[in-house]
Design a binder for this molecule. Structure first.
Ligand code: TYD
Length: 137
């Protein structure tokens, strides 16, 4: 698999409908980077759009461990895609330099595995600034 564009990775599940399921993410096994940070978001109202940024270096894999989360992405070449996370086995891999807007169902819990510690300097929060810098890379 080539990790240079946003893509859904389907993680294996172990279990059964009788017993329930477990899904595992492991550095270098099914996660193509060293996991440095994990965060989760919850209780986002349905009418709120989060995201609105891109990262300079950060790689992420994002799960909807509950509910449904829709990502609208735009890469540095202006290529736009929509990804729907509607099952706990689906992880969205997002490389660096991808703008994203995110919408949540009322019960959604977003879990993010991140390749770097939090650094505000790693964010593009201005779309025009992102497009301009991305063209130069
Ligand atoms: P942000 O990444 O903008 O969230 P979203 O894309 O979900 O809208 O982060 C929201 C706020 O949380 C912002 O003030 C930065 C802060 N934050 C941290 O302090 N550490 C972190 O690891 C993350 C992801 C965010």
């Amino acid at each position: 698999m080539e990790y240079n564009k946003p893509q859904i990775i389907t993680f294996d599940k172990i279990g059964s409908s009788q017993l329930g399921y477990i899904t595992i993410a492991e550095t270098q096994k099914n996660v193509p980077f060293e996991i440095q940070r994990v965060y989760w978001t919850y209780y986002t109202p349905h009418d709120v759009t989060r995201g609105g940024h891109a990262h300079k270096e950060l790689q992420q894999i994002i799960f909807a461990v509950s509910g449904t989360i829709v990502f609208n992405t735009e890469d540095k070449n202006g290529h736009k895609e929509t990804f729907t996370l509607d099952h706990p086995t689906k992880g969205l891999y997002i490389p660096k330099l991808v703008w994203r807007d995110i919408q949540f169902s009322h019960n959604a819990v977003l879990l993010c595995l991140a390749s770097e510690l939090y650094e505000e300097e790693d964010y593009f929060r201005d779309f025009e600034e992102f497009k301009k810098a991305a063209e130069e890379r």
